[in-house]
Write a protein that binds this ligand. Structure first.
Ligand SMILES: [Zn+2]
Length: 120
């Protein structure tokens, strides 16, 4: 992360120098311009690469689930976690017995590889 910002900063400095030097020294100014654009391109490329990696990582994360349960009849509903869910939050009433439904669990669904049944 820091490397990207340093590259970006250096390329911006190089671009600035090239603009400053243009009226005085054409050759050096062109070099600075070149370096500036290469640095800019490089840092942008790295940023995009990192963004894609973060997005990929986020997509691979299993969803967080919320368990909503009726304490009286045991009616259970599992749905994806929504902002504002917390344990023991009241979530409306039970369709069966009209008792208040409570959030009884919040967990991340992790798909574990199926264990092979051992034969004896
Ligand atoms: Zn119920």
């Amino acid at each position: 992360m820091a490397v990207i910002f340093i590259t970006l900063a250096l390329s911006l400095v190089a671009l600035y120098f090239s603009v400053e030097m243009f009226p005085r020294n054409n050759v050096v100014a062109w070099y600075f311009l070149l370096f500036g654009f290469i640095g800019l391109g490089l840092s942008l490329y790295m940023l995009i690469q990192m963004r894609q990696r973060v997005l990929k990582w986020r997509l691979q994360l299993p969803p967080v689930m919320t368990i909503i349960e009726c304490r009286k009849c045991g009616f259970k509903n599992v749905r994806e976690f929504q902002r504002g869910d917390y344990i023991f939050k009241q979530m409306g009433t039970c369709k069966k017995c009209n008792e208040p439904l409570l959030v009884t669990g919040i967990y991340r669904e992790i798909k574990e590889p199926k264990k092979k049944k051992e034969k004896f």
